[in-house]
Design a protein around this ligand. Structure first.
Ligand SMILES: [Zn+2]
Length: 264
């Protein structure tokens, strides 16, 4: 592959990621309020000024405007460019790791929908079915179409991913008589299983639990509810799935070398 073609790939994936990040922002902001995600055009929440075309350029508009509305100078939440940047970055990483492939196409869809779902979960403690359930279906169809994936792997991923968290939630409920894990998390892990296959599930559950424990302690220390503070678990599952997709092999290798330094 020539260098120019490589660069072209990063530009296409990066732009596509930034644009989908911008669309993701619209969903994150409007979906929980029951507003239409196709129109009308976005406006400043303070002065209701409709944003012009040049104010809708992902990441760059926020930089040009120095994070302020052009009309009323109210600060624009830095979360907007952040979401756009995260998606652009993850899309470039996808191209770096998977090139032009079925897997890359599937990864970009997963990143778009899962990052969007994570931010909705952070804000509202819910994972929309429209994202998780369609994610499961698209993940299963992807396994049928993608020559690098096995349908059975994906199908078992849905059963084991969903089943594992369902069991955790069930026993937690029996023990504490209160709901610890939401149904959204169960559907999310089933979706992750559909995309990454059943073998990914133990790694993702382990990594997300470790991240969730640290995150939970940090949230508990900051909150006046202490350790009873509720934390959304969805973002941890998504981060763990991305760690698996982009770095599991080298991570597992590094881990192995801690104990067996002679491993090449
Ligand atoms: Zn304004």
């Amino acid at each position: 592959m020539s260098d120019a073609f490589e660069l072209y790939g990063y530009v296409v994936f990066g732009l596509f990621g930034a644009l989908l990040g911008s669309f993701g922002n619209v969903i994150i902001y409007r979906w929980p309020k029951g507003l239409s995600i196709v129109g009308p055009r976005s406006a400043c929440p303070h002065c209701s000024k409709k944003l012009s075309a040049w104010e809708l350029i992902p990441i760059f508009s926020w930089l040009f405007l120095r994070g302020k509305c052009s009309a009323c100078k109210a600060p624009i939440n830095p979360r907007y460019p952040l979401v756009e940047f995260i998606m652009a970055f993850l899309f470039c990483l996808t191209y770096y790791k998977f090139g032009w492939s079925w897997t890359a196409l599937e990864m970009t869809f997963f990143i778009f929908a899962a990052v969007t779902a994570s931010f909705i979960d952070l804000d509202h403690f819910l994972l929309p079915d429209i994202l998780t359930l369609s994610g499961i279906v698209i993940g299963l169809v992807g396994a049928l179409l993608n020559p690098d994936r096995q349908f059975m792997d994906s199908f078992l991923g849905v059963l084991i991913g969903g089943g594992m968290l369902w069991a955790v939630a069930y026993f937690y409920y029996l023990y504490r008589k209160e709901e610890g894990m939401g149904g959204g998390d169960i559907k999310l892990l089933a979706w992750i299983g559909a995309v990454f296959g059943w073998k990914a599930i133990p790694f993702i559950v382990l990594v997300s639990s470790v991240l969730g424990t640290f995150g939970g302690i940090a949230t508990g220390l900051k909150s006046n509810k202490g350790m009873k503070a509720v934390i959304p678990f969805g973002p941890y599952l998504v981060v763990a799935a991305l760690v698996y997709a982009f770095g599991a092999q080298s991570l597992a290798h590094t881990y192995l070398r801690l104990f067996l330094p002679f491993v090449e």
